[in-house]
Design a protein around this ligand. Structure first.
Ligand code: FDA
Length: 511
């Protein structure tokens, strides 16, 4: 049944009173509470979007049970209070805990305390069942990796690099990482989910139906409901893998090697993922091979002799250790550090993204590298596609950047607290403009998990986000899948209760 209409005027006191009927008071932090700011800031990653001027929520509800999430939705709809849902708080624009809508009354549903992980490693016998796990949205990727692989070095889950990312937002937006060329995005490996709908009902895959299940696997967080937990397929990796960081400066031929990598990175065997980080006048070729060094050296010698990689570059370790290595660049990082949820508000960032489908010419790389010597220069990360990820049809999930994509570019500008950041923000904006000539266009593709409000924000008319306003940014994240996402939104949340500056607008009859 279509959800009932939401209240149009907000009644904050009524909302809190309604909540108190279903959620223990110790889990609700209102603005007056002494620890309100600490709880709100607890998983904020980007102080750029958490300043003294940032609008504060009416309260933070730290749910410990799905019923608390259901109560927040029902009370929010009945009392005209919108919700922002937060799992790991890594949204680059802070949309999980702030609202840019002037005067909007909203509450944050924080899922940090909903983070149980239950692994079913599959049965024995001739046809062992595939290993799976149920993971709650508030778990971090580090917690998931540690729980899956800590006691079984042959199991893994393909998702992002930074261990403090929340499962909830990450799986909602796709999830790219070092295993995706072999096993796909995190979202490609979701088998079931439990979601609280705009009506406050808790539904699983069978009850939500295949359209909604399609939309929540990559259509972006904060759109269709609140995913409480996910059933994911785990993947098998060898007990020993090889990790390496090979660095090349300009003097060592970085331009030639990066230029050649564009052909090699997306076409290597899928058990090799080699991404490139360019910062300063240097490129680092960060590589994971699902096998031993002795096999990797001849393979790279054949496919990529220009890199000049040797056995001395190899570090053999478990897959779990490789996660710590890629995060810290320290091969001895203890795997327990993946459980650290600590955050720091010392670094401000701005991120943007592009996709490349036609290799950038060598002469153009010569004009790109000087950008990394400029004042305020940050870095870029090139994530190779191809392999398994390129074999998935672009409409199989909302993530459309599949066949034909060579790599994703992430642009990162950063600056420390105390600096005004103007050099870094000018750098990223000017560099992104400059790069427009080399990357995909019509639309200029972007990755929803690298959220960027510069590419457009919703227009709200009669309390509902418009389709035309959403198309501006939505077709860049989702290409031909945008309209289907809008149709799902129209079916499950026609009054646009789950709304933010870049939420999918409902496709309603007549628009
Ligand atoms: P957060 O809690 O901020 O949520 C993000 C969005 O999803 C918000 O709109 C939120 O409302 C919504 N949401 C959250 N939980 C939800 C739920 N349970 N149900 C429905 N909606 C929900 N990405 C990548 O693919 N590969 C990578 O390697 C990295 N690396 C990386 C490093 C660092 C340092 C950062 C800050 C970010 C990344 N990312 C990334 C991007 C990351 O995948 C993206 O920001 C995710 O959305 C973060 O998920 P969180 O739950 O942490 O964010």
């Amino acid at each position: 049944a279509a959800p009932s209409p939401a209240a149009t005027t907000s009644d904050p006191d009524g909302f809190l009173q309604c909540l108190s009927g279903s959620v223990p008071s110790g889990l609700i932090y209102t603005q007056g509470a002494s620890n309100f700011t600490d709880v709100l800031a607890s998983s904020v990653r980007n102080p750029r979007v958490f300043t003294g001027d940032t609008a504060r929520p009416l309260c933070v509800v730290t749910a410990t049970d799905a019923s608390h999430v259901q109560a927040a939705v029902r009370c929010g709809r009945a009392r005209g209070v919108r919700l922002r849902v937060r799992s790991g708080g890594h949204d680059y624009e802070g949309l999980s805990y702030r609202s840019l809508q002037r005067g909007e009354v909203f509450a944050v549903v924080d899922l940090t305390r909903l983070r149980a992980i239950v692994v079913s490693a599959g049965g024995g016998g001739a046809w062992p069942a595939a290993p799976t796990a149920w993971v709650e949205s508030g778990a971090t990727l580090g917690e998931l990796y540690y729980t899956v692989a800590g006691n079984n070095s042959g199991l893994a889950f393909p998702a992002g690099i930074c261990p403090t990312i929340g499962v909830g937002g990450h799986l909602s937006g796709g999830g790219i990482g070092m295993l995706m060329r072999r096993f796909g995005l995190a979202a490609d490996n979701v088998l079931d989910a439990k979601l609280v709908t705009a009506d406050g009902d808790l539904v699983d895959r069978a009850a939500m139906g295949e359209d909604l299940f399609w939309a929540i696997r990559g259509g972006g967080g904060g759109n269709f409901g609140i995913v409480v937990s996910w059933k994911v397929g785990l993947v098998r990796v060898p007990p020993t893998v090889t990790a390496l960081n090979v660095m090349r400066t300009l003097d060592q031929g970085a331009i030639d090697v990066v230029n050649r990598w564009q052909e090699v990175g997306p076409t290597l065997p899928s058990d090799i993922t080699m991404r490139v980080i360019i910062q300063g006048q240097q490129a680092t070729f960060q590589t994971l091979y699902l096998g031993r060094c002795g096999d990797l050296v001849p393979t790279l010698g054949t496919f990529f002799p220009e890199l000049g990689m040797t056995a001395a570059d190899c570090l053999e370790m478990t897959w779990l250790q490789s996660v710590g290595f890629f995060h810290t660049w320290n091969p001895n990082a203890p795997v327990e550090s993946l459980l650290n949820r600590g955050t720091s508000l010392s670094t401000f960032t701005k991120n943007k993204s592009d996709y490349v489908r036609r290799a950038i010419a060598k002469d153009d790389w010569k004009s790109i590298f000087p950008w990394f010597a400029m004042s305020g220069a940050g870095m870029i990360i090139l994530e190779p596609h191809g392999g398994f990820i390129g074999t998935v049809p672009p409409s199989a999930t909302p993530y459309p950047h599949r066949s034909g994509v060579l790599y994703n570019i992430q642009y990162i500008a950063f600056w420390p607290a105390g600096s005004d950041g103007s050099a870094a923000t000018s750098w990223i904006s000017n560099f992104y403009d400059f790069m427009g000539q080399f990357v995909t266009n019509n639309p200029r593709e972007a990755y929803v998990n690298y959220r960027d409000l510069d590419i457009g924000e919703n227009t709200v008319v009669n309390d509902v986000s418009t389709l035309d306003g959403g198309k501006v940014w939505g077709e860049r994240y989702f290409a031909g899948n945008f309209r289907r996402l809008a149709a799902v939104k129209g079916a499950v949340d026609p009054t646009d209760f789950f709304r933010n500056e870049q939420s999918i607008p409902p496709l309603l009859q007549g628009n």
